[in-house]
Design a protein around this ligand. Structure first.
Ligand code: CDP
Length: 782
């Protein structure tokens, strides 16, 4: 593939800004920079209580605030049949504005529309709500008891949402019972938040034709259009969804949030454009969180370290509404990948989800629907097993890898892994990091009482949802699409159903077209996010864009090449069968001097096409035959200060295998970003609630973002094992570093503390947790 990095994105954005007068000049092309004449602002009244009955809402004072135009409540919406919003999960629905009671702190209670942002905020403060507090359920284990029923609106009178399982339960239990060695550990992957730098927002208005123009921070604009049509009854052709530049998404911008619905209702009711922009606190407290899985991991093994069985039982905290953005048939996402890179003869995984008085969600934060939790469970589990067996963590992994010759590999939990060479990737990582020398250094340090740890994670994940036979969102099958038009001069445009949030599709999609058609990538415009122009697609999340839309682009380009061959034959004055595509040109077979370029053919397609249909364009809807299985070996080296508990990540090496690489620079950027997020999750971030259900991390002084000061230096390398079923052999990569790295960090810290007898610490591994673990270990030895 061509590897040239371009500044196409910057050029594209600058052009759009110049052309679009609705955007405030010089500021950007983001929702908050969009301005329309007569635009109103929306502010939401939010509950201070996690669980309370709403006795009364008095809007009289709010309506007196200068500039306030209207206030709506849950009752108003309910009366209009818009009280509830289906969640993307499909199993549940969510109140748009609270009806009767609130179920989590910061839940949306009323919507205030005003002439300015300030007036809307003042109006929201003036809305008087009488609450009668109810008992709070702050964790899923309390929820299990059903002593307080959180969702009387549902048919099932229980807090239990679903039980999901996969694998052979009895065979796994038998294998575990007869295994000579066994480990069992409860691991909690804490609740965390994607926290994109740009929070969510929208502008909604009905144009003079009565058509809804909806500018919104959406990772899945087409799904929004369909969902809005189904919920509001507005015909789908009367809805135009535009997702402009996004300042990050990471899964947070997949669900439809109450603020969006209120903005549309306000625009309809008042007849003016309405803008809603979340505050940072609103984003952190009420939009899709991630993870919150309590996992009991059990692994059986032989005396010499061959794994015999895996059982994982999970208790999941889904918050007040089941708004986890998972495919319909997979309530626990793709958690079934929990056997990881290892050849488990038998396995069983189960997940039970519960409602609690917390914000709803469970979104795929840089993760294919629970793959991150699964990867953490198995990679921590393997380290605990190595410790139990007194075996080197790398050796245990090697011994149990799915071998190169076993692909395509059917896992015990039903996935068919496409390709991989795990041993090669591990070998490269160990050699590059100097594993042998590090072990020697560690032994010397341990003899001196110093705490040094080496943490390995040899993860396999699964991306590219998905084969439509298995994956859908709200019944809409998961595929993706591309439309390519080549203009007479050989320049062109490619549009897809995906939507970049900073991943560089503007560069990589142009490269795929250029590579397939022998054109200059600088002259291929990439456009995404506009439902009027882009072909239908399911959007960008879960690293699905390259496996789905990337494949669709290659296939659409090949369709163009087939048509171009006919025109080339006409230009070369030979039969079509005598023309071959060689070295990015059409050539008469066996006559290298007789060639035409795609540029020549493009011009002829509009000027000299003979009997052929004019024009040069194609569309392809790609339904992948399988997912792709990126993998890698990550190694972290840490030093732990025995007196303070401070952990210093001295080195971190990531060797990734994402198949064929389209753009090494983009991939490198994806890996750096994902590792930085993984580092933050491992050491800094947790959305904490107290026992009364109060959210303790409402802004960036409490929910910490890593800066360049604490972020380690990342070393990277790669192996390339192409996906056999993807047209260009590429696998997704964006989420891999977030999926694979938390276990490497934790394994390194626990390895450092293992001489003291410490077996596990839940993330985030803060200094005080480490210090306490050291103190407790030392006390118990006295
Ligand atoms: O769905 P999303 O774009 O977030 O994830 P992805 O498919 O992993 O792609 C992230 C970025 O990395 C895109 O610009 C891809 O085209 C690029 N990429 C690449 O250059 N080579 C790969 N093998 C995989 C992704």
């Amino acid at each position: 593939m061509s590897t040239q990095a371009t500044d196409r994105h910057a050029i594209g954005v600058a052009m759009k800004r110049k052309e679009d007068p609705r955007f405030i000049q010089g500021k950007g092309h983001y929702i908050d920079d969009l301005a329309f004449p007569g635009m109103l602002y929306l502010a939401l009244v939010r509950s201070p209580y996690p669980h309370a009955e709403i006795k009364n809402i008095d809007i009289a004072d709010a309506m007196k605030v200068p500039g306030v135009k209207a206030v709506i409540t849950g009752k108003d919406l309910d009366a209009a049949g818009l009280g509830w919003l289906p969640t993307f999960h499909g199993f549940d629905k969510q109140m748009v504005l609270a009806i009767g009671k609130v179920l989590f702190q910061y839940q949306e209670v009323a919507a205030v529309f005003a002439e300015s942002r300030e007036a809307a905020a003042d109006g929201a403060e003036a809305v008087q709500v009488d609450y009668a507090p109810l008992p709070v359920v702050a964790d899923p284990f309390t929820s299990k008891t059903d002593k307080v029923l959180l969702r009387p609106d549902r048919e099932q009178k229980t807090n239990h949402i679903f039980h999901w399982e996969v694998g052979d339960k009895d065979a796994t239990a038998r294998a575990l019972a007869s295994s000579p060695r066994r480990i069992k550990e409860r691991l909690w992957f804490q609740r965390c938040h994607p926290a994109p730098l740009e929070p969510c927002g929208c502008v909604a208005y009905f144009d003079t034709m009565g058509r809804l123009q909806f500018h919104v921070t959406s990772q899945a604009p087409h799904v929004y259009r369909t969902a809005l049509a189904l919920v509001t009854g507005i015909p789908e052709d009367k809805i135009h969804v535009i997702s402009p530049d996004l300042g990050g998404g990471f899964g947070n911008k997949v669900p439809i949030y109450p603020g969006y619905v209120c903005a549309i209702v306000g625009a309809l009711k008042i007849g003016r454009p309405v803008k809603w922009i979340e505050t940072r606190t609103e984003n952190l407290t009420s939009t899709g969180f991630a993870r919150d899985y309590h996992m009991d991991v059990e692994i059986g093994a032989t005396e010499d370290g061959r794994v015999t069985a895996l059982h994982v039982a999970t208790t999941a905290d889904h918050g007040a509404f089941d708004a986890a953005a998972d495919p319909s048939k997979y309530p626990a996402g793709i958690f079934g990948i929990v056997t990881g890179s290892y050849a488990f003869p038998v396995a069983h995984a189960e997940v039970d989800a519960y409602f609690t008085n917390k914000a709803p969600g469970g979104i795929a934060y840089r993760c294919s629907f629970r793959v991150t939790e699964a990867s953490y469970a198995i990679e921590r589990g393997m380290d605990i097993l190595a410790d139990e067996l007194g075996m080197d963590a790398a050796e245990l992994r090697s011994k149990n890898f799915v071998k190169k010759e076993q692909f395509p590999y059917p896992s015990a939990l039903g996935f068919t892994y496409d390709s991989g060479d795990y041993q090669k990737t591990l070998n490269l990582a160990l050699e590059k990091i100097g594993y042998k020398q590090l072990l020697e250094e560690q032994a010397e340090k341990r003899a001196r009482g110093e705490l040094m740890g080496i943490g390995i994670s040899t993860f396999t994940e699964v991306v590219g949802a998905g084969p439509s036979k298995h994956f859908d969102i709200l019944g809409i099958k998961m595929f993706d699409s591309a439309e390519i038009r080549i203009h007479p001069t050989g320049a062109g445009i490619v549009r897809t159903g995906t939507k970049s949030q900073g991943q560089g599709h503007e560069t990589t999609w142009a490269q795929i077209v250029a590579e397939e058609l022998g054109l200059d990538p600088q002259t291929i415009m990439v456009e995404e996010g506009d439902t009027d122009t882009a072909p239908y697609g399911l959007g960008t999340y879960a690293s699905r864009s390259t496996p789905t839309a990337g494949a669709a682009i290659a296939m659409a380009a090949r369709r163009i090449r087939e048509k171009a061959r006919k025109i080339a034959a006409h230009l070369l004055e030979v039969g079509e069968a005598d023309v071959e595509w060689k070295d990015y040109k059409f050539q008469v077979k066996g006559v290298p001097s007789k060639t035409v370029t795609m540029k020549d053919v493009a011009f002829a397609a509009y000027t000299n096409m003979a009997q052929n249909e004019p024009g040069l364009e194609a569309t392809f809807y790609y339904d992948p035959p399988n997912m792709t299985y990126p993998n890698g070996t990550y190694v972290a080296v840490v030093d732990v200060d025995r007196d303070t508990g401070e952990v210093k990540v001295r080195r971190f090496l990531a060797v990734d295998d994402c198949g064929t690489i389209i753009n090494p620079l983009v991939v490198e950027g994806q890996i750096h970003g994902g590792l930085t997020e993984g580092f933050a999750i491992a050491f800094m971030q947790e959305v904490q609630y107290d026992a009364e259900g109060n959210n303790l991390n409402t802004n960036f002084t409490d929910y910490l973002l890593p800066t360049s000061l604490e972020t380690p230096h990342w070393e990277t390398d790669k192996t390339v094992t192409p996906s056999p079923h993807h047209p260009i052999g590429a696998k997704g990569v964006g989420e891999s570093p977030n999926v694979g790295s938390p276990a490497a960090f934790v394994n390194a810290v626990i390895d450092a503390l293992s001489p003291l007898g410490v077996r596990h610490i839940d993330m985030p591994i803060t200094r005080d947790k480490v210090w306490r673990a050291i103190q407790e270990a030392e006390q118990s030895k006295k």
